[in-house]
Design a protein around this ligand. Structure first.
Ligand code: S3P
Length: 171
């Protein structure tokens, strides 16, 4: 019997959730969904536009209603969340109730910040290092609530992270 049926990856912006999810899904030959991409397609707007125009709290409502649709689709076994989705209690419950094992990809702030800085993805909630650091510090205790956690050391590729997760969780 499979130990784990569905995996939701959480962690701070820039830690590599989407890339790790891609490798996991490839290794398992299954579907993966990136919540941010799903939101942009279903809302037909960019996340940057939603947050900058409607504000973060409206964005969180939109995020939750889209997450509801994603978890209801049982073909989705690998899910990468946006870094703030896990901070909402209702989302955490929804994931648990829908048989997702949550995995926190943990890394240092400096590692995440380097990736944020050099990424093409625009992150309206991490416009500068000070704001990003504050969010990072506030969220650590919430990411800790994940079922399982994996420390992403700098230099470890997302392929290796995915392989280690596979070994540990024995999908
Ligand atoms: C956010 C993270 C982003 C995206 C949005 C808000 C956050 O996703 O959902 O900009 O609050 O941490 P990534 O974690 O993939 O960057």
């Amino acid at each position: 019997m499979l130990a784990v049926k569905r995996i939701a990856l959480t962690g701070f912006m820039g830690v590599g959730k989407s890339s790790v999810a891609r490798h996991l899904a490839h290794a398992l030959g299954c579907e993966r969904t990136d919540l941010d991409n799903f939101i942009e397609e279903s809302e037909n707007r960019s996340i940057v536009d939603i947050i900058n125009t409607d504000g973060e709290s409206r964005y969180r409502e939109i995020e939750t209603s889209n997450l509801e649709r994603v978890v209801a689709d049982e073909t989705v076994r690998i899910l990468s969340l946006g870094g703030g989705a896990w901070t909402v209690e209702r989302n955490r419950e929804m994931l648990k109730n829908n048989k997702f094992t949550s995995v926190w990809l943990e890394s240092s702030f400096e590692h995440c910040w380097m990736n944020i800085k050099f990424s093409r993805k625009v992150r309206p909630l991490a416009k500068n290092k000070r704001d990003a650091r504050k969010l990072f510090d506030e969220r650590q205790k919430i990411y800790c609530l994940a079922d399982w956690h994996f420390v992403v050391k700098p230099g470890l590729t997302s392929f290796h992270v995915a392989s280690r997760i596979m070994e540990e969780l024995f999908l």
